[in-house]
Design a binder for this molecule. Sequence first.
Ligand code: SF4
Length: 414
Amino acid sequence: MGMNETPSANRIHIGIFGRRNAGKSSIINGITGQDLAIVSDIKGTTTDPVGKAMELLPLGPVVVIDTPGLDDEGELGEKRVEKAYQILNKTDLAVLIADGTDFPKKEEWDQLEQPMLAQFAARNIPYVIAVNKSEELSPQKKEQIFSFLEKEEKKLFVSAKSGQNIHALKECIAQLAPLAETEKRLVGDLLQPNDIAVLVVPIDSAAPKGRLILPQQQVIRDCLEAGVTAVVTRESELSETLRSLSKKPKLVITDSQAFEKVSKDTPPDIYLTSFSILFSRYKGDLKQQVLGAKALCQLKDQDTVLISEGCTHHRQCEDIGTVKMPRWIREFTGKDIRFAFTSGTQFPKDLSKYALVVHCGGCTLNEREMKYRLRCAKEAGIPMTNYGTAIAQMHGILDRSLAIFKDTDSGLGQ
Ligand code: SF4
């Protein structure tokens, strides 16, 4: 990803759903036509449907996800349908496409389309129904379909072939887009203009050659937008950096893995937190994840902890989830803990067998998916935390890492 592209996790995710013959791909190609520049393919895990990062005018940067047909059959087909349902976890708005020339009868609709619509409603996903192949439909047929869809608020006839109403579909999508860009800040609301924030960034094998990883770029950008001076250093130079600054920095933000050393080197009158905790507040639920970290103290022998990662390549996380986190948790609790692991789009529906979920920072997941996972845990009554918050707890510096949120009354709720 280039430095100037909107990170995919921050783009509005548009899921395109429908049966195999409904014309999903041709509609996507239709809206991709003139106003849409394809920036790149975002490869999910091997079995994930592919999302395309695009500029969709008049909406802006989006990811369009083509999903498997709802009527796919056979054992593999069923797995693919399941994938389509999983995509809902990250869908910000949806387009349901139906083939107008072979419009489903009520029983068929109730079997495939209606359950999907029910999911949209249950998850608060705004949607539009696009009835494709309108060029082949008689006025009577159109009327029949429209009266069938009477209760649906947003619906329109489109033709991927002739281009009819494709522009209207794009406008409709733009109207549905949740007034997305909220005023949420990563760090800017915690600081004042002209404050100094020191960012501690380890340059090790996990760091991509020649550049900073995405969370670091985003924090720097947010500091700059807030008029905050961002000073970037490695953990080995932190003491010297702090000594050389003539004005005391307000906040030190570190990579979680360097917490222990950074905490020692940062004087107590300077706030300290981690990138991971900032992101937990930004697109998760910091309060829930802090409670989850505290639950580490209640683990018992034979408890199973689920370690869940948002992607399967872990370039930035290497062996934290698989090796370090289990070791740290065993050492911290002194208990014989068992571990289970998931990665990518897999996230178990049934969490009841776990005593705790420890999630990665989820840098590749959008806010909706992260919140969905947190909600699953909350509803199952299972504590859930993330790497950074758990590491702070295990190093005994969680309270220190949260002080800036408490003092500025941001992010920890009541
Ligand atoms: S934080 Fe999660 S999603 Fe991001 S690179 Fe690490 S494992 Fe992947």
